[in-house]
Write a protein that binds this ligand. Structure first.
Ligand SMILES: Cc1cc2nc3c(=O)[nH]c(=O)nc-3n(C[C@H](O)[C@H](O)[C@H](O)COP(=O)(O)O)c2cc1C
Length: 184
């Protein structure tokens, strides 16, 4: 089967980020023909500016768009900050609203939070934003409550969570395979 290229974006810059741990765990759970790369460069993007977008966007923006365009599906791992996603992740998404790299692309959203709600408001917020961008937000998207008790020193240690993440990765692969299937 043809290679399946999955890309993970993490919305946290924190050294001990729970969401970064989740993104890396998901990458480790991928099996051929799928492979997942965790993109670490969101903090290098300038603040979105429509004036810049309509001229020549900086190389770092072009690189980000090219990575998204080359991805068959995207995993977004986001913290919840002040009941929304992080400014860094929102900014990154703004750069691709107009250029359209996420249109019809399968996207799974995971939100890991130390709270019992598992980042539900960031999850809802991201879903709404991604849907207005015409991404295909997967129903297998996952809230991860009490994440600090389930992730130790950057490793997902909870077998239940590992099983849930495996389900997310499998859903991403299934969505790509469905898109590739010829229409009868
Ligand atoms: C400025 C700030 C605002 C936060 N707001 C929320 C919030 O609204 N809801 C929530 O569940 N957690 C909130 N938190 C806690 C984060 O979810 C927690 O720090 C989480 O570990 C961040 O994700 P990370 O581990 O991937 O960096 C906030 C943390 C900070 C620093």
């Amino acid at each position: 089967m043809t290679h399946i290229n999955l890309l993970a974006l993490c919305g946290s810059l924190r050294e001990g980020s729970l969401n970064s741990a989740v993104a890396h765990a998901a990458a480790g759970l991928c099996r051929p023909p799928a492979a997942m790369t965790v993109h670490g460069g969101l903090d290098g993007l300038p603040f979105f500016n429509p004036d810049v977008e309509s001229s020549t966007p900086p190389a770092v923006v072009q690189d980000f768009r090219a990575r998204l365009a080359a991805a068959d599906a995207v995993l977004i791992a986001s913290p919840e900050y002040a009941r929304g996603t992080s400014g860094m992740l929102k900014n990154a998404l703004e750069w691709v609203v107009g250029s359209g790299e996420l249109v019809a692309k399968p996207v799974a959203v995971v939100t890991a939070s130390p709270s019992a709600a598992g980042g539900e408001r960031a999850q809802a917020w991201l879903r709404e934003t991604l849907e207005v961008m015409s991404a295909q937000v997967l129903p297998e998207s996952l809230r991860i409550p009490c994440a600090s008790a389930r992730i130790t020193e950057g490793q997902v240690t909870d077998p239940v969570l590992l099983g849930e993440l495996t389900g997310v990765v499998e859903a991403m692969v299934r969505a790509v395979e469905t898109l590739r299937r010829p229409v009868a």
